[in-house]
Design a protein around this ligand. Structure first.
Ligand SMILES: *Cc1c(COP(=O)(O)O)cnc(C)c1O
Length: 338
């Protein structure tokens, strides 16, 4: 695919900002203060962060089985969605309901976007979706799999068909992939030059760091990198993320704890009459309930806050998997309210 031609003309002409790093003894080039605090063991707060996040990207690359050149770091994957739309522009296509930021960012960047309703099993509805690919010729297609807020993964065959049929970039947002038993689409990057994968550390225990990754071919990365602000990921986040990835047994333990708890929570929710939980590959469960909005309010009165999804999905609520004690409190409040 001709990536250069897909990029907006103004971006095509743009050169990436390059913060040159010259080794030196006395560094007086960047208007930093000589005085700063030493935090997290070694981070000096007076210095700008590494604009290329080299250590973090190389660790993430090892983790994900790609090369560092294939990784772009974001202030959360939200920022990378922003950069993608800023670089390629619309039309933007995605199934709905899905992660709301695709539409919000497209709108804020004044780009056209279209949502195609999911089928009755919350999978991509291929006929209208393929029709939209032909008719709208989207420059960007976003597929969140597992999907937020429905929780299911889309059919891999359908996703791959969309990658093949699209004349633009297809972004598979794998924010919840660590909780899923399905295979990542990362290996398919070798096969499809219009494929982009998004990952984030947010859902696996590091949301406060705002750290996400885009994985793509170097040509796409170079274009998107032009619109990324040079110091987008601060040095504290870089340091904590590096430490976390170095001993990622902690993160693995978190993920296992969540998937174990998800199993218990699902089993208990299935026993409750009056609600219907949907299958999930993510760290949350979408469920159907009569009078969902009022149920949501009754839970909150008992101190339990979940997400009211009735704006997007009639009679549906979404609960995040918490600790065993939190899930028990939720289940108790739920029985009290039904
Ligand atoms: C939460 C979420 C994100 C955003 O993640 P950040 O890295 O925290 O910005 C991206 N995509 C989906 C589908 C999400 O649910």
């Amino acid at each position: 695919m001709n990536i250069k031609k897909l990029v907006k003309p103004n971006i095509r002409k743009l050169k990436a900002y390059h913060a040159a790093e010259v080794p030196c003894k006395i560094k007086l080039d960047a208007n930093e203060s000589p005085y700063g605090l030493k935090v997290l063991g070694s981070v000096m707060t007076n210095r700008y962060p590494d604009p290329e996040a080299k250590e973090l990207r190389s660790l993430a690359a090892k983790d994900l089985g790609v090369n560092p050149e294939n990784i772009l770091h974001g202030n959360g994957s939200d920022e990378l969605i922003y950069c993608l739309i800023a670089a390629f522009g619309g039309p933007v296509l995605f199934p709905v309901p899905t992660f709301s930021m695709y539409g919000i960012i497209a709108q804020s960047l004044d780009q056209e976007y279209t949502g195609i309703p999911l089928d009755n099993r919350f999978d991509i509805d291929m006929k209208p979706f393929e029709a939209a690919l032909r008719k709208l010729k989207p420059r960007l297609t976003f597929l969140s799999s597992p999907n937020n807020p429905t929780g299911n993964s889309f059919s891999s065959v359908r996703i791959e068909k969309i990658i093949q049929k699209s004349k633009g970039i297809v972004v598979v947002d794998e924010a919840y992939q660590p909780f899923s038993e399905r295979k990542s689409f990362i290996p398919l990057l070798k096969k499809y030059d219009n494929l982009v994968i998004l990952r984030t550390l947010s859902k696996v225990g590091l949301a406060g760091l705002r750290t996400g990754f885009m994985i793509a071919g170097t040509e796409i990365n170079e274009e998107v990198n032009k619109v990324r602000l040079p110091f987008n990921l601060n040095s504290l986040s870089q340091k904590v993320a590096v430490d976390a990835l170095k001993k990622n047994t902690d993160l693995k333990k978190f993920i296992t704890a969540i998937t174990d708890e998800r199993k218990n929570l699902m089993a208990e929710m299935k026993k409750i009459r009056g609600i219907r939980p949907y299958p999930t590959d993510a760290n949350f469960i979408l469920f159907h309930a009569r009078d969902a909005s009022s149920l949501h309010a009754r839970l909150l009165k008992q101190g339990v806050l979940i997400r009211d999804m009735t704006g997007a999905l009639p009679d549906c609520l979404r609960v995040t998997v918490g600790t065993s004690a939190e899930n028990k409190a939720f289940l108790k409040a739920l029985s009290n309210s039904l």
